[in-house]
Design a protein around this ligand. Structure first.
Ligand code: SF4
Length: 500
């Protein structure tokens, strides 16, 4: 139980579909199955019910409620079942979206959930945290004529429906005599462990913290992903035979060499916990904090082992424009901040954070000051921080990644009041100590582990994926890497004799 985060969601199991389970029967969808192809022109997109901003910003419960079955069927029937499923191409997992939308449109939710699980190890989690507008829904064919199918919300519903009816299998397969150690328990590690357990490997996951889930537990706030959802997925893995050991840090409590001696392979999924530093005058003053310790403490409570950062009644300035910045703003509001202001150096169009999360943050009272870059943080010894001195920015030519480069407008300084500053400038993988057993593992200039097409590192039998390879990135990419690594481990080990 996490003291600061209220649980549990969903409160009620999703009800059964109406009978007979045909599209349009409820009157919410098109009038006959022959019109299914054109349902989108009759039925507008409907998003799942969202709790009022005032209510939700007073707690940490998930903000979206589940659809009712009639609405799911009508919304799923908006899918035109096009021959070339662009939505599947937009999903990093290549989810078989039209197939499960077709089943959901007929009220066959348990079958739909089974199809969704065939390509994803945690569809109930990805559906909650993916920025769908940039992935599956952003590629929906409808987008040129109408709003896209609400793929993520339907994916969440069908999987919650299956969980509520105990229809998510947790089969323990025959052991194949081989074992794999997994370092870290975030999404890449859980996906890798799940895939390997399904192939008969004895899998042990080592987590440094006392709580499992990595980023899913500590980094993502409960109002986006309730921790009971993560715990439920981990319990399912335990039923499949995966062993979990908490409080064990690979590299200090147990060495990589030990793991390689005891197991046939090792998967490294320890994420990207190294925060990018703020480097301006005043950055070391009391009251300036990194975003992740703030979020982890609020998400995990005292179990995190971190000191609390009290923002009650204070002005909080969040530096950065990604999803972590949105999470900080919304968490600060829930934790009682007087105001929460985001300072971002580009404009909204160039902000990396999800538009859905931006809108949610705005509704909850967060403020955004775009085209603004901090140049110093100021305060006095008696009162602590007082304000952030900023410069107005303008956007120049696109950089190598196609994003317009910001530059400071001369003589444009202004100040933003702040008692607390949270720095959300991104994260890189942890650096390996030089001259250590880790030095055989090649890393790129950002510290990301270099892997081959099997996700194997430059050290034999050691694989990696997720943020430890890519740097901080989406959960769905970590799941994809974990799956790919499991297939790579199986391929490599199948070609070799078992460890003596
Ligand atoms: Fe969309 Fe993410 Fe689900 Fe793929 S995993 S279908 S991108 S919500």
């Amino acid at each position: 139980m996490r003291p600061d985060a209220e649980t549990v969601q969903p409160a009620d199991p999703p009800p059964d579909p109406p009978a007979p389970p045909r599209i349009g029967a409820s009157g919410a969808g098109p009038s006959s199955t022959s019109e299914v192809k054109y349902a989108w022109s009759e039925v507008p997109r409907q998003d799942p019910p969202k709790r009022e901003a005032e209510e939700r910003s007073a707690d940490y419960l998930e903000i979206y409620r589940l659809y009712d079955p009639e609405t799911v069927m009508a919304q799923a029937a908006r899918c035109v079942q096009c021959a070339m499923a662009f939505c599947s191409l937009g999903c990093p997992l290549g989810n078989r979206i039209p197939e499960w939308l077709g089943l959901a449109a007929e009220g066959r939710f348990i079958e739909a959930a089974a199809v969704s699980r065939s390509t994803s190890n945690m569809p109930e989690i990805c559906s909650r945290v993916c920025p769908q507008e940039r992935l599956c829904e952003g590629m929906c064919t409808l987008i040129v004529r109408a709003d896209p199918v609400p793929i993520g919300a339907i994916e969440k519903f069908i999987n919650e429906y299956a969980f509520a009816r105990d229809a998510v299998d947790a089969v323990r397969v025959m052991p194949n005599g081989r074992s794999v150690a997994v370092a870290g328990s975030g999404p890449a590690s859980l996906a890798c462990a799940d895939e390997l357990a399904a192939l008969g490997y004895a899998v042990t996951v080592f987590e440094a913290l006392p709580i499992l889930g990595g980023l899913l537990a500590g980094g993502i706030p409960s109002f986006k992903l309730d921790k009971s959802v993560v715990d439920r997925r981990i319990a399912l893995l335990e039923k499949k035979g995966v062993r979990f050991r908490t409080g064990v840090r690979v590299g200090s409590d147990i060495s990589l060499g030990d793991l390689l001696a005891r197991h046939d392979a090792v998967f490294l999924g320890m994420g990207a916990p190294r925060a990018r530093e703020l480097d301006i005058p005043g950055c070391g003053l009391p009251g300036v904090y990194q975003a992740m310790p703030f979020l982890v403490r609020k998400n995990l409570g005292t179990a995190s082992g971190l000191p609390d950062i009290d923002v009650r009644g204070k002005s909080v300035a969040v530096l950065g424009g990604g999803d972590t910045a949105m999470d900080c703003l919304r968490t600060a509001i829930r934790a009682g901040a007087r105001q929460a202001v985001c300072l971002y150096r580009r404009d909204l169009a160039n902000m990396p954070g999800s538009r859905k999360e931006y809108r949610n943050a705005l509704e909850e009272g967060a403020q955004f000051v775009f085209l603004t870059s901090p140049i110093s943080i100021e305060g006095d010894p008696a009162r602590g921080l007082t304000h952030v001195r900023c410069s107005r920015m303008a956007l120049g030519d696109p950089d190598a990644k196609g994003r317009r480069k910001p530059y400071a407008v001369p003589h444009s300084e202004f100040t933003v009041p702040a008692d607390i500053v949270l720095v959300a400038y991104g994260f890189d993988p942890i650096s390996f100590p030089p001259e250590s057993e880790w030095s055989a593992i090649a890393v790129d200039e950002s510290g990301g582990i270099v892997v081959d097409k099997n996700q194997m590192t430059t050290l034999d039998r050691v694989f990696s994926g997720g943020d430890q390879v890519r740097g901080a990135n989406l959960v769905v990419y970590a799941v994809r890497d974990g799956r790919k690594a499991a297939a790579g481990i199986h391929r490599c080990l199948s070609e070799r004799a078992p460890q003596a």
